[in-house]
Design a protein around this ligand. Structure first.
Ligand code: ZN
Length: 561
């Protein structure tokens, strides 16, 4: 749909109509309307930009071609993609902002994978001994720092393993996990707000907590609903897939909560074997876990286990591609708005005749969007006041690694990073009419997104897939962890979106057929570029630097104290 002034007004009306679906903070921040209008820059900037569907198609056509072999981090295919993005920056006159005057920021990586099936034996208090069976009861987890791991320790079950002082909750209360292996349930209870749930449900966050408490390892156990969403069996074929992390300046692999490594993933069947003689049955634990607050009590399991793992470890090299569009305001240009999009995908992988994971929507589409938004800024009659950093990152598919490396070792001044707008996997298979703006209502980005969406005539909706934990599953989260207010747009469920999105997740997501043979709407791509441009434009031009809302959960956890 082409942009017009009338569409913009219609969009504002639509937006007000959907406001009840916002979290309360956004509503509070967005009203009253008169105050909002006053805070707006006097010139409504950016309305001269018309993103090109043909350009989106051309970028995706190159990046998702079989020749790039699925763009896996650390491969030649990825490096060709990086070279393409750097060339596009150069064509547009975007300045290099990587290492030593180049567009590339080198990212040193450790790649690691399970070398064998591992071993898991146990002895229960009642004298019963046995071994868990690979692929039926457990899958081994690879270790980035240790080629050989052997741990013998008692087990402690800690429920969800959540420590949330702000809600008066500590799943570790009364438990001593020092020198023991912690067993926790996957995910977080359904009663938590979606982004907070994604945070507390994140395995890294849980491991860090377990390490802080002195545990020597962690084991994850499915809940009934996590098993339904991501069945244990689905992990079996890929158990030896390469994982990656970045290396510090000494060359050591960066591992969060490294003193309490993830050892294995259990199936429900494996879990039942370890709960023999426990104070509560696994069935009762799982039933409580499904309640909104999921307040599952922890306890010592009467079980000693020995876990043995072998890991294959290699050093690899990849790069982020970084460009800079300088701001026009002499003071504000020291602040940067980051536009991030992951350039990597899964590479050559799979069991069918086509093994190339082209990653057309995940995430050639996001990179194409970023390049089009960049063109919008370069060609705008009015330059952005703050500077824009274009950041194509590597190894997102390995655990948000390239973005984490940049967020920890930025090639632009860290103190100046004012916001991140992340672009990942827009589902361009339908004419989307709404978007979900993850993270927006936590900061002054919320009202900016509302203004931008209103201008484009796009509605804002609440997260329709809270169980997916999307907020911690893409690169903006690495900036959130550094205290940077961020936003990430997902195409919404209206106008056929629900079916389009769910069908994609079920049959194309992370498969070789996420390729250009899908019925991609490049017009939807252009529209997605426009709304993201308008958001970045708002953030670049608004008088006050983007800031966390008072009392916001993530602002409190990671923001400047
Ligand atoms: Zn992906």
């Amino acid at each position: 749909m082409p942009f017009s002034r009338r569409a913009a007004l219609a969009g504002v009306a639509l937006l007000l109509a959907v406001q009840p679906t916002f979290a309360s903070q956004a509503v509070a921040a967005a009203k009253p309307a008169t105050a909002r209008a006053k805070a707006q820059p006097s010139k409504v900037s950016g309305s001269d930009f018309k993103p090109s569907a043909a350009a989106i198609k051309a970028h995706m056509g190159f990046l998702a071609d079989d020749l790039l072999e699925g763009r896996e981090a650390g491969t030649r295919g990825y490096d060709i993609a990086a070279n393409y993005v750097a060339s596009q920056y150069a064509v547009m006159g975007v300045k290099p902002a990587g290492d030593n005057g180049s567009y590339l920021q080198q990212v040193p990586l450790t790649a690691y994978r399970a070398a064998n099936e591992g071993g898991f034996s146990f002895a229960n208090a009642d004298g019963k001994t046995g071994a868990l069976i690979f692929g039926e009861d457990y899958l081994p987890s690879a270790q980035a720092r240790l080629a050989e791991t052997s741990v013998t320790a008692p087990l402690v079950f800690v429920g969800y393993g959540i420590s949330a002082p702000e809600r008066g909750r500590d799943d570790y209360a009364g438990l001593d996990v020092k020198g023991k292996i912690v067993v926790f349930l996957n995910g977080a209870p359904s009663g938590f707000q979606t982004e907070v749930r994604a945070h507390y449900g994140n395995a890294n966050v849980k491991r860090v907590e377990a390490a802080k408490r002195g545990a020597v390892g962690v084991i994850s156990l499915p809940t009934t609903s996590s098993e339904k969403n991501r069945p244990f069996a689905r992990g079996i074929p890929g158990y030896q897939d390469w994982r990656m992390t970045w290396n510090d300046e000494k060359g050591a692999a960066n591992v969060r909560g490294g003193s309490a490594p993830g050892l294995v993933t259990l199936s429900l069947k494996g879990g039942a074997k370890l709960f023999g003689g426990a104070p509560a049955t696994l069935e009762s634990v799982l039933a409580t876990a499904e309640t909104p607050e999921g307040l599952v009590r922890g306890f010592d399991l009467p079980t000693n286990v020995t876990i043995q793992l072998k890991t294959e470890i290699e050093k690899r090299q990849s790069s982020n591609v970084v460009g800079l569009i300088e701001g026009s305001d002499p003071t504000l240009k020291a602040q940067t708005i980051i536009l991030s999009a992951h350039l990597d995908h899964l590479g050559i992988h799979g069991t069918g005749p086509d093994k190339i994971n082209n990653g057309a929507l995940d995430n050639a589409a996001g990179v194409a969007t970023m390049l089009e938004v960049a063109r919008g800024f370069k060609e705008a009659k009015t330059k952005p006041r703050r500077s824009i950093v274009l950041l194509a990152v590597t190894a997102e598919e390995k655990g948000l690694i390239g973005s984490d490396y940049f967020a920890n070792n930025p090639t632009v001044p860290k103190a100046g990073i004012a916001a991140d707008v992340n672009l990942d996997m827009p589902i361009l298979l339908y004419d989307f009419q709404d978007v979900v703006a993850f993270g927006a209502d936590r900061s002054s980005i919320g009202p900016a997104v509302a203004r931008a969406a209103g201008r484009v005539g796009i509605g804002l909706s609440a997260d329709p897939l809270p169980e997916e934990g999307l907020f911690t599953r893409s690169d903006h989260y690495r900036f959130v962890e550094q205290g940077v207010p961020s936003v990430f747009l997902m195409t919404g469920f209206k106008n056929g979106g629900e079916k389009g999105f769910k069908d994609f997740l079920a049959t194309h997501y992370h498969k070789p057929n996420d390729d250009l043979s899908q019925p991609i709407s490049y017009e939807a791509g252009a529209r997605f570029a426009l709304v993201n441009y308008e958001i970045a434009r708002e953030l670049a031009d608004m008088p006050a630097r983007p800031s966390w809302n008072k009392g916001d959960f993530f602002g409190g956890l990671f923001g400047k104290k």
